[in-house]
Write a protein of this length. Structure first.
Ligand SMILES: NC(=O)c1ccc[n+]([C@@H]2O[C@H](COP(=O)([O-])OP(=O)(O)OC[C@H]3O[C@@H](n4cnc5c(N)ncnc54)[C@H](OP(=O)(O)O)[C@@H]3O)[C@@H](O)[C@H]2O)c1
Length: 233
C-alpha cells in the first residue's frame, strides 16, 4: 500500500512515516514545498536503513508536493496544524478520488492560532476529522486516528506503549487503518465507533500535553478491561 503523509515534514508525520516504512510500507512525504519533502524523505531513508522487518532491505520513503503525493496514494494521512486544516483540504480536493481513505490525526489545539497547547478550539462540525469529512469529495472515507500518539515516542527506537482509537463512519476504512496502526510496534488499535467520537479523542490530546508539561514526559493512552479480541480486530 502507498501512504501519503500530508505535512510529513513535521514531527508527527515523519514519525508515523518512519514506523510504516520500517514495517515495509511505501511512504510518500508530502509538503507544501517539494524540496523540503525530499529532504525529510532522505533523512528517513537514512534513519530507517536496513530495518525493514529486521532484514537488510532499504526503507522506501520518497517526497513530493502535497497534492502530487495524494494522487499516487491509496491512503492519505493528514498531519498538519489545525490552522491550515480547512485551507489544505480545499487545496487537495482536486487530487483526491473516490476509494481513497483520508486519515486525520489533526488536533484543533489553541496553540495552532497562538493560544495554549493544553486547550482546544471549538470546531463548528464537532472535530477536525468531522470538518475533514465535509471537505473531501464524495467517496473518500475519513478516519480519525493517531491524535493521541506522541511524535517523540514515534521517533524513538523500540515499541511505543500506546493504544490508538480509530473512529469512522466507514467500517471497512476503519479496519484498514487499525491494521496500519498495528504495524507500529507496541500499538493496539481499538474501534472507537463513529467519526463523531473523534471530538472526544482529539480533546484527550490537550490533556496529555498538560501531563507532559507537568511531569516532563511523553504520555499516551491505554484502554483496559475489554476482551482481548477487542484489541485485535
Ligand atoms: N507532535 C505530536 O506529538 C502530535 C501528536 C498527535 C497529534 N498531533 C497532531 O498532528 C498534527 C501535526 O503535528 P506536528 O507536531 O507534526 O505539527 P507541525 O510540525 O506544526 O506541522 C507539521 C507540518 O505541517 C505543515 N504545515 C505547517 N503549517 C501549515 C499550514 N498552515 N498549512 C498547511 N501545512 C502546514 C508543515 O509542513 P510543510 O511546511 O513542509 O508543508 C509542517 O512541517 C497537528 O494537528 C497535531 O496537533 C501531533
Amino acid at each position: 500500500m502507498t501512504i501519503a503523509v500530508v505535512g510529513g515534514t513535521g514531527p508527527e508525520g515523519s514519525g508515523l512515516a518512519l514506523r510504516w516504512a520500517r514495517a515495509g510500507e511505501t511512504v510518500i512525504i508530502g509538503s507544501r514545498d517539494r524540496e523540503r519533502a525530499s529532504q525529510t524523505a532522505a533523512k528517513l531513508n537514512q534513519a530507517g536503513h536496513g530495518e525493514v522487518g529486521g532484514s537488510a532491505r532499504a526503507v522506501q520513503v520518497s517526497g513530493d508536493e502535497n497534492k502530487a503525493a495524494c494522487q499516487s496514494a491509496e491512503m492519505i494521512v493528514l498531519t498538519i496544524p489545525f490552522s491550515g486544516h480547512a485551507e489544505t483540504l480545499k487545496d487537495l480536493k482536486p487530487a483526491l478520488r473516490p476509494g481513497q481513505v483520508l486519515v486525520d490525526a489533526t488536533v484543533p489545539l489553541a496553540a495552532s492560532i497562538g493560544g495554549r497547547s493544553t486547550r482546544t478550539l471549538g470546531v463548528w462540525q464537532g472535530s477536525a476529522a468531522q470538518q475533514a469529512a465535509e471537505l473531501v469529495p464524495q467517496g473518500v472515507s475519513v478516519v480519525a486516528a493517531f491524535e493521541n500518539l506522541s511524535a517523540e515516542l514515534l521517533h524513538r527506537d523500540g515499541p511505543v506503549d500506546c493504544d490508538v482509537i480509530v473512529c469512522s463512519d466507514d467500517k471497512a476504512a476503519a479496519q484498514k487503518v487499525r491494521a496500519l496502526a498495528r504495524k507500529i510496534p507496541g500499538v493496539r488499535a481499538l474501534d472507537g465507533g463513529k467519526l463523531e467520537n473523534a471530538r472526544i479523542v482529539e480533546q484527550i490530546t490537550a490533556l496529555l500535553i498538560g501531563f507532559n508539561i507537568r511531569h516532563k514526559g511523553h504520555s499516551g493512552i491505554r484502554i483496559t478491561g475489554l476482551p482481548s479480541e477487542s484489541y485485535d480486530i
